[in-house]
Each structure stands twice: as structure tokens, then as C-alpha cells.
Design a protein around this ligand. Sequence first.
Ligand code: GDP
Length: 615
Amino acid sequence: MARASKPRKAAPSAAEKPVKEPEKDTEPVINLPRSISVRQLAEMLDIDAISIIKQLMRNGIMANINQIVDYETAASIVTSLGYKPHLAPIKDQLMATAAEEGKRRKRKYGKDSENLILRPPVVTVMGHVDHGKTKLLDAIRKTNVVDSEAGGITQHIGAYQVTIDGQKITFLDTPGHEAFTAMRAHGANITDVTILVVAADDGVMPQTKEAINHARAAEVPIVVAINKIDKDNANPNLVKQQLTEAGLVIEEWGGNIVCVEVSAKEKKGIKELLESVLLVAEMEDLKANPNLPAAGIVIEAEMDKTMGPLATVLMQSGTLKEEDTVVVGTTWGRVRAMFNEARKRIKKAEPSMPVEILGLGSVPKVGDTLVAVADERHAQAILDRRRAELEQEALKRKTVNLDNLFDQISTGTVKELNVILKTDVQGSIEPIMTSLERLGTDEVKVRIIHSAAGEISESDVMLAAASNGLIIGFSVNASEGARRLAATTGIDIRFYNIIYTLIDDVDKALKGLLEPKYVEVIEGRADVRAVFSAGKGVKAAGVLVSEGKITRNVSVRVRRGKEILADSTVSSLKRFKDDAKEVATGYECGVGVKDFNDFKVGDVLEFYKMEKSGK
Ligand code: GDP
């Protein structure tokens, strides 16, 4: 999968080839107003203003970034960058500034142009483990293989297209909501429709609900596939009832959720499922302009020993062609060759098509965007700007947390507080959820995007990152992986044991009254292996440090299963007979806990510090 790569300025070997001039009839048109500032023009073209200033200097015009230039001057610049200038009608000029128009064009893939065509929907498959996601993706892939190709095809990339009734559908081949949300956390909301697989013999399970919430948070429509209907104990009606309880009311029962019964094993119902996907997609009105400069999103990337950097890109707009110069994330290159999922060489890639490309300078990251540009000079200008922006973003990137919530509400950054709620038991969810949702004000609404009983997982953190939300844990812990991910992504996890305090904190945060918060930082965990006497009726625990480290003067919790027996401080820490300052993972030591003597083999000690939340 993807590896982070250092930006590299040097051109890839293929870059020595002569630059291909963009064909006249495919030159993208840019609408320019009568006059425009250098800054606005740079924004519109997505390049550094300096490049424009330099170009103006070449034409004998000394300009600064705020300088207003006339249409003729702006037109000569955009022409030199491979665009076709067009004087925007006065009406349009009055409606929007040029910069806004540029942004709008980008957002809508040129919806203002007349060249929009329908593009295939991009589909992911989600659902509970073992409900048949992989098998279904397999069945769909095989349904499509033309007989002559059967057996000969091996899929090389993590996406494929099928054709049904003459229409194409693109499937992303990594099933599961973790992958789906990981892409969203990378900033890539590429799924148009999701298929929720529910096994007819097992029904709606925790991960089914999780998948529903992940799809909802992304506002992606769901098509339900009730799978394994070939099984004797299949009970599709029970599944439909459970789906209704989970908030998905199927059409047959008066709702709007399309539901198809399938057997991935016997390849039954696959065609109906695909037709339903097309039906739902049709309502989404998925269009793209194949005449714009190509743009796409990296869904996989790797370094191939013989071929060099390879990236699988899901095309979003425009048409990518061999020899096109592209900027991808913080690297660039010229497309030396393109392959489809069967590693067949192709000459062009249209919107929604997954394509593997060869010729980049280095391996990009998953979620990076690809854009085709006129030439190397333009590529470098975009790269310079992107790198500068990345540095800026890293400096100011702020996720929402209870401490900065009020500031974010005041500045209008946050209008909805997205909360992921994890509790010890199912019964706690409802009262907390209702109280939290009641706290909403005119400025900000509290929205519970996912709630479930159980430990806070990496998937929860990923969902929070993708939805700019925070996580509230009520009488639950977070897995080590989740804590680590939260620390790197800056996601706020709040732990509470008392409902009142939880509600009060969120209420105060919404009103901007919350005192600076001290948050718990777990330093280490240790398993109790033996219990021994430390004199005068005092007991100490012989432990093995399983995670992190133990230091003196920290807080410690004694856990037995789900129960917390003590929340106190470390009173003694010894290695053999000597006092120790610090004991690391994998070492044994003796630990005394203040005012606690009731250790048992199997207890877990959790060492933590309270630190001021620095966010
Ligand atoms: P995933 O974890 O959701 O990807 O599930 P898999 O695709 O790996 O399937 C889990 C198990 O269910 C495998 O043993 C499959 O062979 C089986 N399975 C999947 N679909 C069907 C089906 O339609 N009918 C039957 N009887 N078994 C199925």
C-alpha cells in the first residue's frame, strides 16, 4: 500500500521527452472578467502568484500581487499556460468575482460547461465481518468477465469496473467501513453509493450498524444486499425488521432504502443488485466533464522494483492520456503508460475509471489528488504552492475539541458538533444521547454520528477524523491503537464516569465556559504476576510491564476485568530490592499502590498522568 514519499524536484526519466502541446480542441476554456488582480488570477489557475508576476515581467509589465491587470494581459498569461481565454459575459462578471468562479469551476468539475456527461457510480461494499463482502465483490467481478477472458484475468489494482445493461459501475475492492472512512480521513470522499451486506442467517450486527453510521456521516446512499439467502436458516424478513430498527426502512415496507436478496455463493441476485445500484446512482445525478484537465484521486500507490513508482488513480473529471504531465500530491511526472485492472494498456482514462499509472517521480500518498497540467513549468509552480500550503496547514490544522469548541463556533468554523459516543453498556447510550442532543443552540447543533457499547477503537478515531468530530467515552477505555491514532491526528477523546459531568462539560464547551481541561495520558500498563508482602500488612504487586513505562509519582488504576478497584498513586517502585525511577516494557518490578493492598494475580495496573490539554 501507500508509503509516504519525500517530494522530489528532479524530473522522472520520461520527462526528457518533448512536451506534447495540448490539442487545440481540448484546451480548457477559462472565463476571465474585464479586469482581475494577480492574486485572483493565481487562485483561478491554481498556481503560485510569483509565476504570474514573472510571466508579466517577461512581457515587460512590473506588477505586484494586488495589481489589477486587464483582460488582454490576463488572456496572454492563461494562453501561455495552455488555456483558452474567454471574456465572461457582463452578467457573470457581476455575479461572481473571477476567483470565486475559479473555485466554483473546480468544485463542480465544470458544471457550467455544456460538456457534462454521466459518469459511472463509484461503489464500496461494507458490512459485518463474514457476511460475505469479499465473496460478493468476487461474484460481481466474475459476472462481468466475458467468457473468452474467463480464467485469464487477474486483477492487479484495488478497483474494477463492470458493465451492466451497457452502463458501467466502478467498484472499490477494499471492503469495510474502516477503509472507506480512512479514505475520507485522507480527504477523499470518493464513494457515490455503498452496498451494505447483511447475512440473512445472522442479521444486523454491531459492524452493520457501524457501517450504516459511517455511510450516513459521509452522506452516501445505501443499497442493502441481504446475502446468503441460499442457506437453510436464512431469514430475510427478520433482517428487514432489524434494518428498520436500525433506521433503514426498505422500499417494500414503505421506506426509501433499496434492498436486494442475493447469494454471493450461488451468484444469484447479482444482476438485480447492480441494477439497483444504477438506479440509486441515477438519482444522484453523477456527472463529470471529460474535456477539463484530468483530475483524480490516488487510491493505492507503491514502489515497483522494475517499473518504479506506480499509482492507482480513480479518475474524477477530464480525460487522462498517455504523455500527459501530471501533478500528484507533492510529486509530478509524465504518464508513460496506463493500465486497467487487468493490466491491459490503455490510452485514455475517463471519469470514474480506476487506472494504474507509470511515470511519477516518486510514490504519492493515498488520498493525494492528481491534476493534469500543460507542462513541467506549470507542474513546478503548482508543486511550490502545494508545498507551501502543506506547511501552512500543518501549522494551523486544528481539529475540534471541547477546549477550542467555543472559539470554533464563534469564528463559524463549527456549526455542528459531531460526537462519537462509546459506552460500557447499551443502556447508557439513549439517556446520554438525548441529553446531548438537547444541548444544541442556535449556533451549533450536537449531532451523534455514531454510538455503540464497547471500547473506543481505531475505527472510531478514523470516523472522528473524517467528520471533524470528537469522541466521548462513558465508563469505557480506548484501545492502545486508538489512543495512538488520536494523538497523531489530534482527535479529542474525553472519558467520563458520571453522566452529569459529561453533559455539563459539553454544555460549558458550547457556551465557552469550560475551564482549561486536564486530560489523561496513559504512560504504561502492567500485568500483576505475583503478590507479596512489603511489611506491616502492606502488599505490593510483582508486575510485568506490558506497555509503555512505569515511573514514580504517577497515578495508577487497578483494574480487574471491567472493574476498577482503586484509583490512586504509586507509593513504591522497586527493581529487585532497589528503588527504581523508571521501568520499561518487558521488565518486571514491584509496585506499591497507596491505600490499596488487595492485589490478585491477573489484575492490570494502568499508570497515567493528567496533562493540560494543549489544543
Ligand atoms: P467478509 O468478511 O464479509 O468479506 O466475508 P467473506 O466474503 O469472506 O465470506 C465469509 C464466509 O461466508 C465465507 O466462508 C464465504 O464462503 C461465505 N459466504 C459468503 N457469501 C455466501 C453466500 O451467499 N452463501 C453462503 N452459503 N455462504 C456465503
